[in-house]
Design a protein around this ligand. Structure first.
Ligand code: ARG
Length: 268
């Protein structure tokens, strides 16, 4: 179902790769900052052109990964479960997000007890809160999120360091229809079986598309914004009635993130 959404994004004004906390990050590789900004602005403008609201979070100079706004909190029903980052390099982002939500009228903005990297590891469908673990978010954060949101959590084990967050391996295409796409090899055998049981008709992504971070996509229920290199997903998405919107975010790929990582969804 296509409905306009409300997103939160943070411009990559201070984006750089000076440390490595995932296999995609190579501090030796230069980042073209003007290009990163232009690519990010193009995505923001595309959201707005389709009627979506894009709110903006002020970037902090000392926090180069802040552009990956999806990691800063999880918002469902207007309630905000804050993040707690696994790596000290990103720890400061959590408070910046909580401050933003408090200043913008969100209720129940909560600082979590356990490590969770927001929508990096939490994905929402009408029935479930899908929750990744293995690299970043603590398994203990799953129970915490279930209690906070009152939604059943499905814990999923990530096993490949290239897919260190759930949102690099799985994308909710339509929450109401319980329609998802994912890359099976990113998950443990048991988690694959769980996904097959819950989503028997899911779109399964090939490795080449997963490696282009094609699962790191944002869907509004009709348009699916995804990395333009994930070409193998275009036809299967069209066959299911979606409209792929290819996005060029190559500079931000150097930090290990793409479309979904830079887009937090504010679910009312
Ligand atoms: N450099 C960031 C990190 O490793 C990238 C985060 C990507 N975000 C995401 N939602 N997967 O934490």
């Amino acid at each position: 179902m296509y409905a306009t959404r409300r997103y939160l994004m943070c411009p990559p004004s201070h984006f750089r790769v000076t440390y490595s906390i995932n296999p995609w990050m190579d501090p030796g590789k230069p980042v073209d900052l003007p290009l990163a900004l232009a690519q990010w602005e193009a995505l923001r403008d595309r959201y707005r052109a389709l009627g979506h609201t894009v709110e903006l979070l002020d970037p902090v100079p000392e926090l180069p990964d802040m552009v990956y706004a999806a990691n800063g909190a999880t918002v469902v029903g207007g309630r905000v479960l804050g993040a707690r980052f696994a790596h000290p390099e990103r720890a400061g982002e959590a408070a910046a997000h909580r401050d933003w939500y408090r200043a913008h009228g969100f209720g129940d903005v909560t600082e979590p007890a356990h490590i969770n990297e927001g929508e990096g590891d939490f994905a929402v469908t009408a029935s479930w809160l899908l929750a990744g673990r293995g690299f970043r978010s603590s398994p203990l954060s799953h129970g915490e999120a279930q209690e906070f949101f009152g939604r059943p959590v499905i814990g999923l084990d990530l096993v490949d360091p290239r897919y260190y967050h759930l949102d690099t391996a799985l994308c909710v295409l339509d929450p109401e229809a319980e329609d998802v796409m994912y890359h099976p090899a990113a998950f443990s055998p048991g988690s694959r079986a769980v996904l097959a049981r819950l989503f028997p008709d899911a779109l399964l992504a090939e490795e080449s598309d997963a490696l282009a971070l094609g699962l790191n996509a944002v869907s509004d229920g009709r348009h699916v914004f995804l990395p333009e290199a994930a070409t193998g997903l275009f036809a299967p998405l069209r066959d299911r009635g979606y409209e792929p919107v290819p996005v060029d975010l190559t500079e931000l790929l150097k930090g290990g993130g793409s479309v979904k990582c830079v887009t937090a969804e504010l679910r009312s």
